[in-house]
Design a binder for this molecule. Structure first.
Ligand code: MLT
Length: 409
């Protein structure tokens, strides 16, 4: 008999966004003539910028000639991209990160899911609630999460509640977790933490020996100057934090796939025999064994985002989505809804009207407005009573969605 990993049987039957996709397909099959506006999963709609497209064309040409053909690349990424990242995302901002502390990958989802490979299955975990489901589900798969309780929480995970009542600012943990996942600007609430608020977490992690897994996939949307783009802007982070970044929401790479993870050399963990081991060594070993690197073509595309043209084109796309977020936020607030996020983030976190449940409001929006959102309860128990909308549609679709929702209320 084939013995399976029992932990997989402890997961909910399907991944949140797969569930929603199925409900939307059923709806569109039953109502083929409706024009559905998709503001559910955070997928972008603007085309990839010309600088990256040109770079991909050139990279394809390299692959077509024996003199320039690239086979397997370095598992941790090509030097040309790691150096561009170290220079533009870190050194130019006065942040001390070296190119060999940067690991290129196929995106932040994979890396935030895979990082648990190098950590003990006995580690205690804390997550904000609501939370990006990958952090919880991958810990269920690894056997760290414990049993599912009737309130939707897992026995061995500490949930740090983020609701209107605390301004979506999580309290520090009570259980002294070994691993703490923070995603800021936050998915799903769209809220951000300032430099001084994040410094509190660095102090906590350093004094409790915790590891911060900092998902910074939405940093390109930051507009407030007191919100840091990188956790390493805060002193002490090199000793307690791993940072994950992605080109998906920044440059439309949701399909192309490219992101990176920063593991500082000064960050260590402890083995069961009490020896201090650099996490960098373990992650390099893990990646070189289980991963063959992001494709040469996507890495050349990512490199082009750091050229002057690439940077300008990316900024224009981010501004486009930011205009959508501002329009949605304004129109829904004017119509009487409580709306959070959408300022340093492409996500808006909307309180459901009339105390409707998240799924009821999801169904109302789908059936009456033909708009797809993401029910807040899908992100955790404290998401109940909220719904997430994305600003990733076109201007026209965003304006139309705002019109449909406000005229329904
Ligand atoms: C989301 O909608 O939360 C994200 O698009 C999911 C992801 O990046 O994997």
């Amino acid at each position: 008999m084939i013995k399976i990993n029992d932990n997989f049987t402890r997961l909910s039957a399907s991944y949140l966004f797969s569930d929603i996709a199925r409900k939307v397909s059923e709806f569109t099959a039953a109502h083929p003539d409706t024009s559905v506006i998709r503001m559910g999963i955070g997928d972008v709609t603007r085309p990839i910028c010309p600088a990256a497209i040109d770079a991909m064309h050139q990279a394809v040409e390299h692959e077509a000639r024996s003199e320039t053909f690239c086979g397997y690349g370095p598992e941790q990424g090509y030097g040309f991209l790691r150096q561009a990242i170290a220079e533009h995302d870190y050194r130019q901002h006065g942040i001390d990160i070296d190119s060999d502390e940067i690991f290129i990958s196929d995106g932040a989802k994979s890396d935030t899911g895979n990082i648990g490979d190098i950590l003990s299955t006995g580690c205690k975990v804390a997550v904000t609630d609501p939370v990006y489901p990958v952090y919880v589900d991958t810990n269920v798969m690894a056997g760290r999460a414990g049993a599912l309780r009737p309130d939707g929480r897992r026995d061995n995970i500490e949930y740090l509640t983020c609701t209107e009542d605390n301004g979506f600012i999580p309290d520090l943990p009570r259980t002294s977790p070994d691993i703490i996942y923070l995603c800021y600007p936050n998915n799903p609430t769209g809220t951000a933490l300032t430099r001084s608020q994040l410094a509190v977490w660095i102090d906590y992690a350093l004094s409790h020996g915790s590891l911060l897994l900092f998902d910074s996939a939405y940093e390109a949307y930051i507009t407030d100057s007191d919100v840091p783009h990188s956790i390493y802007e805060i002193s002490g982070a090199r000793e307690c934090a791993i940072e994950f970044r992605s080109f998906s929401k920044t440059a439309g790479f949701t399909g192309v796939r490219c992101g990176y993870t920063v593991v500082p050399r000064s960050l260590t963990g402890i083995s069961s025999s009490g020896e201090r081991i650099p996490l960098h060594t373990l992650w390099l070993r893990r990646q070189s064994t289980k991963f063959n690197g992001a494709s040469y073509i996507s890495q050349r595309a990512a490199e082009a985002l750091y050229t002057p043209q690439g940077r300008k084109q990316v900024t224009d796309t981010i501004s486009y989505y930011a205009e959508n977020a501002a329009l949605l936020r304004q129109s829904l607030s004017n119509a009487g809804l409580s709306v959070y996020g959408g300022i340093n983030s492409p996500y808006l976190w909307v309180k459901t009207p009339g105390a409707a449940s998240s799924w009821d409001f999801f169904n109302t929006l789908l059936h009456r407005c033909h708009i797809v959102g993401t029910p807040g309860s899908g992100f955790g128990p404290s998401g109940e009573g909220y719904l997430r909308l994305t600003a990733f549609s076109s201007h026209e679709a965003t304006a139309e969605a705002a019109r449909r929702i406000t005229s329904m209320l």
